[in-house]
Design a protein around this ligand. Sequence first.
Ligand code: NDP
Length: 245
Amino acid sequence: MTLAGKKALVTGGSRGIGAAIAKTLAAEGADVAITYEKSKDLADAVVSGIKALGRFAVAIQADSADIAAIAASVDRAAAELGGLDILVNNAGIIRMNNLADIAIDDIQALLDINVRGPIVTSKSALSHLKEGGSIITVGSFFADRVPYGGLGVYAATKSALTAFSQGLARELGPKGITANIVQPGSIDTDMNPAHGPFGDPMRQLTASGRFGAGTEIGHAVAYLASDKARYVTGTMLTVDGGANA
Ligand code: NDP
């Protein structure tokens, strides 16, 4: 196990990629706190799954659009875990529409949850993280390439995270804390179901001819959080089945 004794917070850990990251970190030995917005039952199930692995776990309701809730959730996670070594900024939403038609509320929600959320969560985590810590932010392969219309605002939120994470790496490097982005490609979740209306076109973008599984993102995150990756910072690890090849 590569993360024995580490304490991790995963935002948006009730479903999809975040749930898979939380379980993968626990399988590697970490104690894990997750946040969620609405899915209490699913969050509780993730906690039960982690406890079954013999690790500590706690679920915290916190809307990533709510600055006060974010700060409180990070402090509570650190208190319940007994510290914080790993922050995974995963919670995110997608709203697809051409710029002419996208609602201002949707633009605001994308900016609040996908950009301000990870920034404020990271800011709140700074007082808890120490040497050997890591911040891993879930971006998207759409940060590098936007293959369809209707994705521009979402893609902009994800490319903003790249610049943010690089700046964070510069600030935290002297403290021995790393900051990296994991850029998933098409991962089979509620947000991007493999057999939904966009399943075939998204599959055709890949070199692998398939959607990825959340655990395939979890393994990338676990590597970046581990002591094996102490010299890896300020970078992007794209896990997209070759979609950007
Ligand atoms: P899902 O929609 O399947 O799950 C989203 C998770 O984020 C849930 O746990 C949800 O909590 C939580 N969440 C959403 N909004 C909020 C909020 N306002 N406050 C707190 N938690 C929130 O998404 P995915 O698992 O597919 O995506 C996870 C991340 O990966 C996102 O950042 C997404 O942009 C990114 N990504 C996904 C890809 C994919 O193909 N699936 C590809 C590239 C990037 P709740 O259950 O309570 O609603």
